[in-house]
Design a binder for this molecule. Sequence first.
Ligand code: AMP
Length: 213
Amino acid sequence: MRYSVAPRGLNLILKQIKEKCICFGVQIYFFYLYRQSSLYKNMIQLEDFIRDIPDFPKPGVTFKDITPLLADVEASRTCFEQLLQLTEMQQVDKVVAIESRGFFFGMLLAQHLNAGFVPVRKPGKLPYSTLKQPYALEYGMDTLEIHEDAIQKGDRVLLHDDVLATGGTAQAACRLIEQLGGEIVQCNFMIELTFLNGARKLGDNEVRSVLSY
Ligand code: AMP
């Protein structure tokens, strides 16, 4: 007579393997829950990933280098999640981001807000007809440009950049958005250098940032 059942010893081994698999699965599940929890996210101090570079690009300026944050998957994910939280998931039609460091999270924000992405760039970079807005720098002037068809009248717009310092850059971007008939819902930054009072230049627009110095 032939038996298809496994011998008793083998059954015991299979049972032990099954129990170990279940135990491992439970451990992975709890680890996943922990990674998703605020307990884990609160442990990441985003400030630790921002590097101060003294006297860059010129003497007297302390440059906030965000590349360590970008290079760390958990820090950049946490930063993005906090930027998104700032928006309160408001309905927006366009996310306008300023060249170049505004592009990193600007595009991600646009995707998650189900909005179009619009780059605001330095002169001569955009290929189609542009609207131009000069603005004052600490020393001299600069200009920002936007494609003239990038925003439709009445579009709800989120403006995003990495750093709000003196506010001149964001102010110029706001002017471009307004000239095209966009309605600014929020000006959203990774870092605000509050001691430079840049928010003052943005008038009544809502200004929010993940980190303040
Ligand atoms: P501002 O027009 O003075 O507000 O300058 C904002 C723009 O310049 C942003 O696009 C920033 O990328 C850049 N920026 C100004 N100051 C700093 C700084 N201390 N660290 C890093 N980026 C800065």
